[in-house]
Design a protein around this ligand. Sequence first.
Ligand code: PRP
Ligand code: URA
Length: 213
Amino acid sequence: MPHQFPNLTVVTHPLVRHKLSVLRDKETSKKKFKELVDEIAMLMAYEVTKDLPLAPVEIETPLETTTEMKLSGKKLTIVPILRAGLGMVDGVIRLIPSARVGHIGLFRDHDTLQPVDYYFKIPPEPEARDFILLDPMLATGGSASAATASLKRSGASRVRFVCLVAAPEGVQRMLDDHPDVHVYTASLDRELNELGYILPGLGDAGDRLFGTK
Ligand code: PRP
Ligand code: URA
């Protein structure tokens, strides 16, 4: 479906759409839910990394020397937002095994819906790296915006945000607060409910991943 957000890419690959449909189903088990988050993250990583910079390198094949292209620059860094973002890490790492992994700990206060941060650790030289922030859910956008602001405060300037389900409110919040950060999602859902849950959504991603409810 077309949308009006210049900062948003909706990944509409049939495999992603199929897996997301199973993910939304309330009957999907915790084990299956975890597997699907992992698989969708891997498929999305392919799309998200399609404009990474390359540089020429000399390669000796068994037959001759040739100039080919390899990823250039410092190691890409993926940063899950704890907890639910952790479920996306392995899928991305499968495509980019040399990626570094940072962590940002944030939870959304159930009453105020404001993000509360409790952990921040990323690799050195953030100014020289490309960052991919991971969180399955972009709801009000408070958590994504705060995580992006923390990365930028540490010196990061190239950040992408990858989620599985986004609400229009969250995409707009990212556009307002961080217009330079592109958002990738497997679905742009309809709206938030009065408790800040995405509709139709998939429920609480952290609870479904870790079986905490
Ligand atoms: C969920 C989700 C995002 C956040 C999205 O995490 O994983 O981080 O809410 O909501 P927002 O866009 O309105 O900020 P939660 O706070 O439930 O923490 P958890 O992952 O530890 O369960
Ligand atoms: N966080 C979730 O896990 N799910 C939502 O629908 C909104 C925020």
